[in-house]
Every structure is written in structure tokens, then in C-alpha cells.
Design a protein around this ligand. Structure first.
Ligand code: LLP
Length: 431
């Protein structure tokens, strides 16, 4: 099995966190997102303890809410002692509505509107991660109105290509996020930030991409940040005390994906940073990271009920499920790999390769192609693994399909954490 929280019970059913998926599907209906709370907590603890051990006690992970955002998630994060980043006023609202402490939130985003900025300042959010000069002006204005000095990190782009998917590769120079170091724009950004009386700059943020399997690209980013920080020190007398290295460690979607040893990578990164600081005689900064995927992806699976089974002679066989790109758009968007299983017949051997299709009126609505399965029957339970990140978060109501419920399993029990949308929800905003 891809992860140690998955197993097969005597009835031949897939279990997650020790709970039978057939039971979950019967109790809550399908499609259904199932999240293993114990696994989320385990992942949180891996980061917290490794970061504190290797980077120092004031270093911390900030969960990237864009990967999975609902109130119950923030309650778990709060208990585990993490901070969180929010990228929109909606994520900020969700975190606050869950009672997550505002001072532990970091406001990200490359186009915060004046309204967003005011909302963040009024909410007494701990930190802004400022993307650009226009935002800096606006933040300075609203912080001044409120009579505060707002703590910020400045987002800079180190110009690194970590060989990840094009659409999720955000550390290059040519992208819409942050200010590039190489062109000199990042230095101007620092100079401007230092001149703003209501802005308190603490350090830099860089995010180089997502689904990265080794420490090396992060080490490269650290080298570039350190060199830049040193330059800012000598030019403006400003010493950055925080490096936020963004998110990005990868997860296994299929057996051939490598396993990332997060503590070992963090240790390697910390050693690299220590060494770099010593070489430049630069005081070692506090380090933040923003994991999203690697906290929640392997805690989640999606359950579907099989509908039609179609064998197109001379072409291929399809099995259609009761969800699709509305609850998981990642194959349609990125051609992302997934492991797909027949959750109610785990002991049976595969008979053929099937294309798992969704129910949307769109030929691109596929969950996965070439999946080996026992011959599916209407009513079978299909499980897609590693869907904890960027599935619920990227779900939509295309074709007016209701969003599935989210169920948590914890210590062998299960509870509803996001209820299934209803038809009334679908028309709730329609006048
Ligand atoms: N911090 C920043 C500034 C980010 O842009 C991201 C992800 C993260 C942290 C979290 O990265 P993670 O640890 O999750 O890799 N929708 C795409 C992923 C887009 C990621 C964008 N930024 C997907 O489904 O693969």
C-alpha cells in the first residue's frame, strides 16, 4: 500500500486509519472525501519537531491553507501548534471563524485588494507577506490609519526551476509572484519597505515550486537568499531575521514516486543554511516553511460509486463514477497521476485496464487512465488515494454538482467535518 494508514480487512475492503471504507460510503454516501486526522497530526509533528530541532526553537511550519481549507482543519493545526498562511480573504475568514489565532496567520497572495488589506489589518493578522510595491504602499496606508506598524516578509523570486510541473512552478524569474532578485527589483522592494514608517520588515519569503522530492533546490534557494540578504545588509544596514522558504515537498501519488524523508531533508537544509551563514558571517535567521501537500495529501482518499461500465471495442474500457473533475480537477488540469483501487473487492485480481471517468459533460473529465481493476460492476466502490491536498480545495460546482462531504477518521472513529452540499446550497446566492 502507498501509505501505512491504508490496509485491507478480512472482508476484502480497503480501510483508512483502521476504518472500513465500505462502511463510510454507506454511512455518508458518495462521492466522499475521507481524511485521516491521525495522519494529518503525524505529518504536522514531523515538521514541527524537525524544524525546531534543526533550525532552532523559534522556527515553525505554516500550513498552506490553499491545499485544504475548512474550519475543522484549522482546529487541528491550532492544537498541533502550527501557524498558517492564507491567500485570500475567504481563507482568512475561515481561519478566524474556526477560532485560529490571528497573530499566527500570514497573509499571502499576489493581488491583495485594498479591501483585503484593510480586512487583514483590522483582523490584527500577525504577518503580511508582501508581494509587490503597490501592495506595500496600500499596506503602509492602512497600517497607518490603524496606528500600527505591520510586521511583514517580502516575497522575492530566487529564479530557480525545481523541475516540477509548469503550472505549479513559481520560483522562476518570469512569473507573477514576488519581486525578482536578479533584475534588482527585489533590492528596490527592500529599500522602499525600509522607508515606510508603518511597515516593520523582518525578512524574506521565497517559494520555488511544488511536488519537489529533494532538498537540493531548497538549498539553492537558501544560497540565493543568503547572498541577497548579505547584500541588503551592506547596502541598507538591514539584517533579515527570517527566511520563509515556502512549501513544496512532494508526496507519493503512485508507487513509482519516491518517498520523501521530511526530517532528513530538513536536517540537510539546516546544515546547508548553517554552513552558508558561517561562510558569510551572517547571523542565522529563523526559518519558516509553508507545507501544504505534504501535510494533508496522504491523509486523504476519495470514495466514489461506480455507475456505467463501457467497453468500446477496439478502443478502451471506461468505468464512470459519481464525481469527477468537480471534486478532483487535477488530472484534467495537470495530467496528475493517482492510484485507483476497487475498495470493496481488494482481494480480487485485476482483469483489464480501465479509464475512470467523471460525470461532467466534458470529455476531459477523467480521474485517471489505464487503471488495472477487477471488472467493475455498477455499485462498486472506487477509491482514489492521496487526495487530501488540492482536491476539496479546488472543487467546483460545474454542472451544478454538489460538493461532497468531508469525513474525518480518528483513532478508529469517524465524524463529519464538512457536510455535503445540498441543492438549496446551489441556489443560495441566486436571486
Ligand atoms: N507557499 C506558497 C507561496 C505557495 O504558492 C504554495 C503552493 C505553498 C506554499 C504550498 O506548497 P505545497 O507544500 O503544497 O507544495 N494546485 C496545484 C498546487 C499549486 C501549488 C501552489 N502553491 C496542485 O494541485 O498540484
Amino acid at each position: 500500500m502507498l501509505y501505512d494508514n491504508l490496509a485491507v480487512n478480512e472482508a476484502g475492503h480497503l480501510t483508512i486509519g483502521g476504518v472500513d471504507t465500505v462502511y463510510l460510503a454507506e454511512k455518508y454516501g458518495t462521492p466522499l472525501y475521507v481524511l485521516d486526522e491521525d495522519k494529518i497530526r503525524e505529518n504536522c509533528r514531523l515538521y514541527v519537531s524537525a524544524m525546531k530541532e534543526h533550525f532552532g526553537s523559534d522556527s515553525l511550519p505554516l500550513f498552506a491553507g490553499k491545499a485544504l481549507c475548512f474550519k475543522g482543519m484549522y482546529r487541528v493545526l491550532e492544537q498541533e501548534g502550527l501557524c498558517a498562511d492564507v491567500v485570500s480573504p475567504g481563507e482568512l475568514y475561515t481561519a478566524l471563524a474556526a477560532g485560529f489565532p490571528a497573530e499566527r496567520l500570514f497573509f499571502h497572495g499576489n493581488n491583495k485588494t485594498d479591501e483585503d488589506i484593510r480586512y487583514g489589518v483590522d483582523s490584527k493578522i500577525g504577518w503580511f507577506i508582501v508581494d509587490n510595491l503597490n501592495e506595500l504602499e496600500s499596506l503602509n496606508h492602512y497600517a497607518g490609519e490603524k496606528g500600527i506598524r505591520q510586521k511583514v516578509l517580502l516575497r522575492v523570486t530566487p529564479g530557480i526551476d525545481p523541475h516540477t510541473l509548469e503550472a505549479i512552478n513559481t520560483g522562476r524569474i518570469d512569473c507573477q509572484f514576488g519581486s525578482p532578485i536578479e533584475t534588482g527589483q527585489a533590492a528596490t522592494f527592500v529599500e522602499q519597505a525600509l522607508s515606510k514608517e508603518n511597515i516593520e520588515i523582518w525578512g524574506f519569503h521565497s517559494h520555488i515550486g511544488s511536488q519537489i522530492f529533494e532538498a537540493e533546490p531548497f538549498c539553492d534557494a537558501v544560497d540565493i537568499l543568503l547572498k541577497f540578504a548579505q547584500e541588503m545588509r551592506s547596502r541598507f544596514g538591514f539584517t533579515a531575521q527570517i527566511f520563509n522558504l515556502g512549501g513544496g515537498f512532494g508526496v507519493r501519488y503512485v508507487e513509482s514516486d519516491p518517498h520523501v524523508d521530511i526530517p532528513a531533508n530538513i536536517r540537510a537544509l539546516a546544515e546547508h543554511l548553517k554552513h552558508g551563514c558561517a561562510e558569510l558571517s551572517y547571523p542565522q535567521p529563523r526559518v519558516y516553511m509553508e507545507p501544504g501537500r505534504s501535510i494533508v495529501a496522504n491523509a486523504g482518499i476519495t470514495l466514489y460509486t461506480a455507475g456505467g461500465v463501457k467497453n468500446i471495442e477496439g478502443y478502451r474500457s471506461y468505468v464512470t463514477v459519481d464525481g469527477g473533475m468537480t471534486d478532483n480537477p487535477r488530472y484534467a488540469l495537470y495530467g496528475a497521476n493517482y492510484t485507483v483501487l476497487m475498495a470493496n473487492r481488494m482481494k480480487e485480481t485485476a482483469t483489464d485496464a480501465y479509464t475512470v471517468a467523471g460525470r461532467c459533460c466534458e470529455s476531459g473529465d477523467l480521474i485517471q487512465e489505464n487503471v488495472s481493476l477487477p471488472e467493475p460492476r455498477r455499485g462498486d466502490l472506487i477509491a482514489v488515494l492521496t487526495t487530501g491536498a488540492y482536491n476539496f480545495a479546488m472543487s467546483s460546482n460545474y454542472n451544478r454538482i454538489c460538493r461532497p462531504a468531508v469525513v474525518m477518521v480518528c483513532a478508529g472513529n469517524d465524524y463529519l467535518t464538512v457536510r455535503r452540499q445540498t441543492f438549496e446550497d446551489l441556489v443560495a446566492c441566486d436571486l
